[in-house]
Design a protein around this ligand. Structure first.
Ligand code: FPP
Length: 258
């Protein structure tokens, strides 16, 4: 199969350079709704449709893992009605789509603090993880009740607890520390996308973002889908990832010199 993106095309649908793991800050649901004179809840509802389209399209671009920011530790500050709408969407999304995702080989993983979630939501996410744990075609990670700083603090606490129990001793390494993050065991993040034109990380994947590429797109999240994702992937293909080192033979400068 040949996959065509805005940038290039790939035999077998597998771009060799990735991105294999794309993380998305799904921003702009509220503005999408307000521009139409609709309640914000409608924007979030359309946001779920955009999420479904994006998960469906991702494998076509060689993406094996998507991580989306569904609800941050700061989102509890929103009006109770909006928080309740967002929780309702998780119930509805998992309720209606879990069987299909399971059949399609999607593994679901929730990043973030389980404590603090409404009891039924915690049970729903536990079930989604357990029911799809054997899948390995595609990994969908939903950051929910997630904050990057909180996650780093939790990893530090996990390390301190291990030391206190005599299960670990210093010096602490990056690899050992990262085992305490909720993303532990997942693939490295290649690309972080934020929609709606805002250009900030908002406490998303602070540790994991260290060498990720960033793409900011003007599209509001409810309008997102295959086309916008293809555009983000095309932008990624124009980047020259060096991870702090140098690749003279492959760098843009070297290519330009001929
Ligand atoms: C940001 O838009 C979006 C969110 C805070 C929530 C994202 C949630 C969804 C797309 C719903 C689906 C989620 C799951 C987990 C099934 P905003 O409300 O900040 O938009 P604004 O900046 O235009 O106000």
């Amino acid at each position: 199969m040949t996959v065509q993106t805005a940038a290039t095309s790939f035999e077998d649908g597998q771009p060799p350079q990735g991105p294999h793991h794309v993380a998305i800050i799904m921003d702009g649901n509220g503005r999408w709704a307000e521009r139409r004179g609709l309640p914000r809840a409608m924007g979030h509802r359309e946001g779920v449709q955009a999420l479904k389209r994006t998960v469906q399209a991702a494998p076509r671009f060689g993406i094996r893992c998507l991580t989306v920011f569904g609800f941050s530790t700061e989102n509890w500050q929103r009006p109770a009605e909006e928080v309740s709408d967002l929780m309702g969407l998780v119930r509805a999304y998992v309720g209606s789509d879990l069987d299909r995702l399971k059949k399609e080989g999607v593994r679901i993983r929730i990043l973030g603090r389980r404590a603090g979630l409404p009891t039924d939501i915690a049970a729903i996410v536990d079930k989604a993880e357990a029911n799809t744990a054997g899948n390995d075609r595609f990994l969908l990670q939903v950051a929910f009740n997630y904050g990057g700083r909180a996650d780093i603090v939790d990893a530090a606490q996990a390390w301190a607890d291990k030391v206190a129990r005599g299960e670990a001793a210093g010096p602490l390494t990056e690899e050992a520390f990262a085992l305490g993050l909720s993303s532990a065991g997942g693939p490295p993040v290649d690309l972080i996308v934020r929609t709606s034109g805002e250009q900030r990380l908002s406490n998303f994947l602070l540790w994991e973002a260290a060498y990720a590429e960033f793409v900011f797109q003007d599209v509001l999240w409810p309008d997102y889908g295959a086309e916008a994702l293809g555009d983000a992937v095309a932008q990624y293909h124009n980047r020259d990832r060096r991870f702090g080192g140098r690749h003279p033979a492959s760098s843009k400068a070297a290519r330009a010199k001929g």
